[in-house]
Design a protein around this ligand. Structure first.
Ligand SMILES: Nc1nc2c(c(=O)[nH]1)N[C@H]1C(S)=C(S)[C@@H](COP(=O)(O)OP(=O)(O)OC[C@H]3O[C@@H](n4cnc5c(=O)[nH]c(N)nc54)[C@H](O)[C@@H]3O)O[C@H]1N2
Ligand SMILES: Nc1nc2c(c(=O)[nH]1)N[C@H]1C(S)=C(S)[C@@H](COP(=O)(O)OP(=O)(O)OC[C@H]3O[C@@H](n4cnc5c(=O)[nH]c(N)nc54)[C@H](O)[C@@H]3O)O[C@H]1N2
Ligand SMILES: [Mo]
Length: 766
């Protein structure tokens, strides 16, 4: 598509999925000129013996299907398998300053990186560098630091278990726990909040639970766009009259009506399935009030003698019920309906759906985690489930819908800035070195360290750190002051253009590509959002002969940095089973016999104790944790304040923009838009499609403003506004995060609209 195509906006009122999705799949493959190759690769995506989709973390189905991919998985593959290439000639043609002026869309659209490049300040260009020189440069910089804690080692969630595990060992052998990772901006509230409640920071369901559930709740997750393969489970549930309750400030199209692109009858007859049986149009950050309202309704009915609580489960398996119950009962219906924006009648109806179901699955996404009290909010979702014993029985449990395809696995195998002492002991015993014991930096802390000059080196294992983090403008400045930035990547992105004094781009073999070593073709493993570990074996030829596998890059950096290390880095490069043997040694409870178990084409499931009603918490029980009040975000006493949620369009993968359109929300060729209700717009005296600026309300004296945004009428609740990530990240203050997990509250930024004329005038006056 052309970037300069004229923007237009319309209302999309068809079902999601269907022919639109089929067409978009073909279009994505065509645009990257990979129709034949891409289609062949799609046949082995998510199949035993094939490779795992590089898009989301949703597991493979239990039911056999001929095709197991979705529109957005196909797009992810198409951009990875693209015919386009970024070569040394490209870098000769463009200075880095010129590249800075290009959009993110344009940068990634140039295609796959082909050889290692080094920044040359004299010409302001990236120039070729040999792999050996690149490793040597990294080693030199890391050895020159006074303290290993002056380096930040970022990981994005596409990295395989094998590469992530070795990376975590190398970085600890080097001497730091500075592991900022994409999880810190994503499901960290799940990883840090949930363990206090149920003893594990992961989901407790498996795929078959979807089929056995009697009710499904989806809080703050845009399934049709971000984990489209889950739509099959939802369609299946609705066909069996299982109620689905959707809680979202945006009536996301696929959660209202959907046609499975793989259902030939529905496709031919233009039929579709209604997904949400109950849509709860929640105010941004109103979820805690809603959940407390549901709980209050159940407690009231219980007090009146109805058997709506699982008293046996509560007595045998939980702790802290009374104090928690009293706090919930102290919240008034008036406050509950005001904060949630939902009527008492609807809350009671939703509570009734929950009360009738003997087995409930509760899913959630970024609409829950990215708030100032995201972690505590998740503890209340767990409490809601505990009330009716919805752990450790078929068809029930909590389901954080993870983002990146291996973000959960990376954490399991050691990408953790707060490692436990027990884990560090096992690393010491397995690898025979003393790892650092003090905790390292998460994302926000790593950015703070860069801002005040405490950090000097940044290494990015995948991802696009600079555009994923808050306070974009401030971060640009901080990153450019670093001594060295390294981007280990498949595609060119902003993180390579905003660089340190020295900078490297190291191109990798992608998930869909063949990874050959002297010991033969290797496969890697990933852990999906339901804790299944499966293998992934690429089928396409690598985009260039000069690419290296992530595993090799980690091992060579390790050797260049720690020349005397007794760890046999070179052997891991050749044979990934040797890495899996070490993983088994460090994690004996879950990974025993890893090299053998992974030979099963369907992989294996990692133990999740709550599935057995075993609670690895401080009390040995599932804990009802008190969170006072109803707000998940702090109050901002400003009458003009709107809460801004920064969300994904249907045509992007995080910072990778596939096109500037968002079909299901009726937006074409424009990402600089804001979704606001017509009523809120009129109250602010704005015309339809008014051009405005948005400004963050904060007390730190920093002006955060994004200009040139078009206001679109959209069914949003009171006080709520939404727009796209990463364009609006300059509005997200670094200090605006969940205190338990450090996760930026990207779904709840206090902002005000500034009419463009005013914004221009003020800027001129300043
Ligand atoms: N195609 C595609 N797939 C992806 C990704 C992608 O970018 N593209 N990203 C991957 C990653 S890393 C992740 S983490 C996931 C993200 O997947 P999601 O969790 O779906 O992420 P978002 O699109 O950011 O927002 C989710 C939803 O939260 C709602 N929301 C906003 N505020 C609130 C609130 O206060 N309460 C409630 N209840 N809802 C709210 C929004 O309206 C939106 O529907 O998807 C993964 N899969
Ligand atoms: N305002 C706001 N900010 C957010 C969010 C939000 O909802 N709102 N969401 C947050 C979330 S949930 C997440 S997960 C983060 C995402 O943050 P990141 O994970 O850092 O970002 P991505 O955009 O997924 O990274 C894309 C880049 O990864 C590289 N890449 C792709 N495949 C591979 C591979 O196989 N190997 C390697 N080495 N590199 C590869 C490519 O070069 C590509 O340019 O953003 C967070 N930031
Ligand atoms: Mo994510």
């Amino acid at each position: 598509m052309s970037e300069t195509a004229k923007p237009h906006y319309e209302t999309y009122d068809h079902p999601a999925g269907g022919w639109g999705a089929a067409k978009a799949t073909a279009k994505a493959l065509l645009e990257q000129s990979v129709l034949g190759k891409g289609s062949r690769a799609l046949l082995s995506m998510n199949k035993p013996g094939g490779f795992k989709c590089p898009s989301c973390a949703f597991p493979d189905p239990d039911r056999e299907k001929t095709l197991e991919f979705c529109e957005n998985g196909a797009k992810a593959l198409a951009v990875e398998a693209t015919k386009k290439r970024v070569t040394r000639a490209f870098f000769e043609q463009h200075t880095v300053t010129e590249l800075m002026a290009q959009s993110d869309y344009w940068l990634e659209e140039q295609g796959r990186l082909t050889e290692p490049m080094r920044y040359d300040a004299a010409t302001d260009r990236y120039v070729p560098v040999t792999w050996d020189d690149a490793y040597a440069m990294i080693g030199r910089h890391l050895r020159a630091l006074k303290d290993p804690n002056e380096a930040e080692f970022y990981t994005s969630g596409r990295t395989s278990n094998e590469a992530a595990f070795l990376y975590s060992i190398f970085v600890r052998a080097y001497g730091t726990n500075n592991f900022p990772d994409c999880s810190n901006m994503c499901h960290e509230p799940t990883s840090r909040g949930l363990p206090h409640a149920i003893g594990v920071g992961k989901g407790t369901i498996v795929m078959s639970d979807f089929d056995k559930a009697e009710a499904i709740f989806i809080f703050g997750q845009n399934t049709g766009t971000n984990s489209p393969r889950m739509m099959s489970n939802l369609v299946h549930a609705r066909k069996h009259n299982v109620p689905i309750v959707v809680v979202n400030p945006m009536p996301e199209r696929a959660l209202i009506r959907f046609t499975e692109p793989q259902d030939p009858v529905k496709m031919a007859t233009f039929g579709s399935t209604a997904i949400a049986s109950e849509f709860v149009h929640i105010r941004i950050g109103g979820d805690l009030a809603l959940v407390k309202g549901m709980i209050k309704a159940l407690l009231e009915r219980d007090a009146a003698g109805e058997k709506v609580l699982d008293q046996e489960f509560i007595a045998e398996h939980t702790h802290g019920f009374e104090a928690w119950r009293d706090e919930v009962l102290s919240c008034s219906w008036q406050d509950i309906t005001r904060v949630s924006g939902i009527s008492e009648e609807q809350i009671r109806r939703v509570a009734e759906i929950y009360a009738r179901s003997k087995a409930t699955v509760l899913c959630f996404g970024m609409g829950i985690t990215q708030h100032q009290q995201g972690s505590r909010m998740i503890q209340q979702l767990a409490a809601l489930l505990m009330l009716r014993g919805n752990f450790g029985k078929p068809g029930a449990g909590i389901a954080p819908i993870r983002g990146h395809s291996n973000v959960q696995g990376d954490r399991t195998v050691g990408i953790d800035e707060k490692p436990t002492q027990a884990y560090l002991d096992r690393v010491r015993d397995t690898f025979n070195f003393e790892p650092p014991r003090e905790h390292g930096h998460h994302v926000v802390e790593s950015v703070e360290a860069m801002i005040d000059g405490r950090s000097k080196v940044f290494i990015g294992m995948g991802g696009n750190f600079i555009h994923a983090i808050p306070d974009t403008i401030i971060a640009y400045e901080a990153m450019s002051r670093l001594d060295l930035t390294v981007g280990i990547a498949t595609k060119l992105n902003r993180g390579h253009i905003v660089h340190g004094k020295d900078a490297l781009i190291l191109p990798v073999i992608a998930r869909s590509e063949i990874d050959r070593t002297s010991a033969g073709e290797q496969f890697v493993t990933i852990e999906d959002a339901m804790s299944n570990v499966t293998s992934s074996r690429g089928v396409l030829e690598p985009a260039s002969p000069d690419l290296r596998a992530e595993v090799e890059i980690v091992c060579r950096i390790a050797r260049a940095t720690l020349p005397d290390s007794h760890i046999p880095w070179e052997s891991y490069i050749e044979d990934y089973d040797l890495i899996r043997e070490k993983i088994a040694q460090v994690y004996p409870e879950i990974y025993t016999d890893f090299p053998k178990k992974i030979k099963n084409p369907k992989g294996f499931h990692l133990d999740i104790p709550p599935r057995r009603r075993v609670w690895k918490t401080s009390t040995g029980k599932a804990n009802f944790l008190v969170i006072p009040g109803l707000a998940v975000d702090s109050d901002v006493p400003d009458p003009d304040m709107l809460r801004l949620s920064t969300i994904r369009s249907h045509d992007q993968y995080n910072t990778t923009i596939y096109s500037n359109s968002d079909r299901y929300r009726g937006v074409y060729n424009d990402r600089m838009v804001l979704f606001l209700s017509a009523a809120e717009r009129e109250e602010r005296g704005l015309e339809k499609h008014a051009r405005v600026a948005l400004e963050t309300i904060s007390s730190d004296g920093v002006t955060r403003r994004v200009e040139g945004l078009t206001v679109l009428d959209y069914p949003m609740p009171r006080g709520a506004i939404a727009g796209y990530y990463p364009e609006l990240n300059p509005l997200l203050p670094l200090s605006h995060f969940d205190d338990i997990s450090g996760t930026p509250a990207a779904k709840s930024i206090p902002v005000r609209i500034v009419a463009m004329a005013d914004a221009t005038r003020e800027a001129a006056a300043a």
